[in-house]
Design a protein around this ligand. Structure first.
Ligand code: S3P
Length: 434
């Protein structure tokens, strides 16, 4: 689908971002291995979390959508040993989180599973997942000498491990912590990261009664004697989806957007820190806790942005927001340098290469670097024909770029937004006429 976007006169209104994708995956996976039934409200509506639900159903977990409760699911936990061998290949679709977290879970089961995904997911690195899980005793095999999916997992007894990740990754950390739940009485799993990545797994497991401690970028899990307790969860709004509105509000000359109920977990708020540093008029209000996750309302208004350097420990705190932040940098005064972000090359697409190619088509001055990019801002963007290349975050970033560019922008493969934000284009129209 090609989506045509033009700059609206203004961008105004209130937006409630969809449920957080990362938290939704964890809410359904961790409750599936719990003792009891839990309701997950405001479950993320996109295709990625639907992939996790269908894989878990194929493993024998009952997950239902209760009548009358919009965006909620009820998960009937099967306990740590209650999964059943799936009759066919599990399909993780486009979702790295589904494949990696479920591989952690399946490593300690007493049966055989094959998990695969779409063309994008089957080119993403899996050696980084297979390696530590094998050191825990797991038997996992993959294509291309055990580096790519499809993955075959011969579940068996595993043990704890003290492991240092070469690259900060919440997906690998979470896979190991979930595997740690199958390591037998008091099995200890320690994951050390070079910089702290999102900590939703640790928070949720603690709330479910599992002994998980976090000291800086090191997380330690002690295998519990009893299954985790089922936990009702109200999923906060996704800050990665909210990021689009934060940038639109800051760069559009006549804008005021309020985002209700957005997750503000400090491991995810790099986007807020960077926008504030760039000079955005951004207010954080009504801060509260939802389960163990912080939530707030955010209001952003038209701002004059200046360039910033993005590098080091902040990178894992905003990695998924780089596409839309690059749009902000194109419109800011000065030169923005993004470094230490080579991980962007192994997301749903090579986001460094595609940001450079697509934003250049719109007249931006963007230079590719191995681990990031240099953006000379202050220029206007011009409408152009560009493509998301099937990447949801690219589609949304280009939608925001098109909403501040002169003339019309045509975005190919615009339906990619369905991965995390199915209502995105409708919401963009609403904000533009608000
Ligand atoms: C995620 C972790 C990050 C992030 C991804 C979601 C998660 O990936 O980019 O969109 O839910 O754990 P990595 O673990 O590969 O850094």
């Amino acid at each position: 689908m090609v989506r045509r976007v033009r700059k609206p006169q203004h961008a105004r209104g209130e937006v409630t971002p969809p449920g957080d994708k990362s938290i939704s995956h964890r809410a359904v996976i961790l409750n599936s291995l719990a003792d009891g039934t839990a309701r997950v409200a405001n479950f993320a509506p996109g295709a990625d979390c639907a992939s996790t639900v269908s894989c878990l159903r194929a493993l024998g977990v009952k997950i239902e959508s209760p009548a009358g409760a919009r965006s909620a699911i009820d998960v009937q936990g099967v306990g740590v040993r209650g999964y059943t061998e799936p009759a066919t290949v599990l399909d993780a679709g486009n979702s790295g989180t589904t494949m990696r977290l479920l591989t952690g879970l399946l490593t300690g089961q007493g049966f055989f599973t094959v998990i695969s995904g779409d063309a994008s997911l089957c080119t993403r690195p899996m050696g980084r997942l297979i390696h530590p899980l094998r050191l825990m005793g797991g038997r996992i095999y993959g294509r291309n000498r055990d580096t790519l999916a499809p993955l075959a997992i011969k579940g068996q007894e595993i043990h704890g491990l003290d492991y240092t990740l070469p690259v900060a990754s919440a997906q690998i950390k979470s896979a190991m912590l979930i595997a740690g739940l199958f390591t037998g009485m008091k099995g200890k799993t320690i994951v050390r990261e070079p910089a702290l990545s999102r900590d939703h797994t640790e928070r949720m497991l603690r709330a479910m009664g599992v002994k998980v401690t976090s000291e800086g970028p090191t997380s330690t899990l002690v295998c519990p004697a009893a299954p985790p307790k089922a936990l009702h969860i109200e999923v906060p709004g996704d800050i990665s989806s909210a990021a689009c509105w934060l940038v639109l509000g800051a760069v559009h000359p006549d804008a005021r957007i309020t985002l209700r109920g957005t997750g503000t977990n400090p491991t995810r708020t790099g986007i807020i820190d960077v926008l504030l540093k760039m000079g955005a008029r951004l207010k954080i209000e009504n801060e509260r806790m939802s389960n163990d996750e912080p939530v707030a309302d955010l209001t952003v208004e038209s701002s004059r942005l200046s360039a910033v350097d993005i590098e080091g420990d902040i990178v894992p705190r905003l990695i998924d927001e780089v596409p839309v932040l690059a749009v902000a940098a194109c419109l800011a005064r000065g030169t923005t340098t993004i470094k230490d972000a080579a991980e962007l090359r192994v997301k749903e697409t090579d986001r460094i290469a595609y940001l450079v190619s697509e934003l250049s088509k719109m007249g931006a001055d963007v230079e590719e670097r191995p681990d990031g990019m240099v953006i000379r801002g202050g220029e206007k963007l011009a409408g152009a024909g560009c493509s998301s290349h099937g990447d949801h975050r690219m589609a949304m970033a280009l939608g925001i770029a098109g909403s501040v560019a002169d003339g019309e922008t045509q975005i190919e493969d615009a339906e990619a937004v369905d991965i995390s934000y199915p209502g995105f284009w409708q919401e963009l129209e609403r904000v533009a006429t608000g």
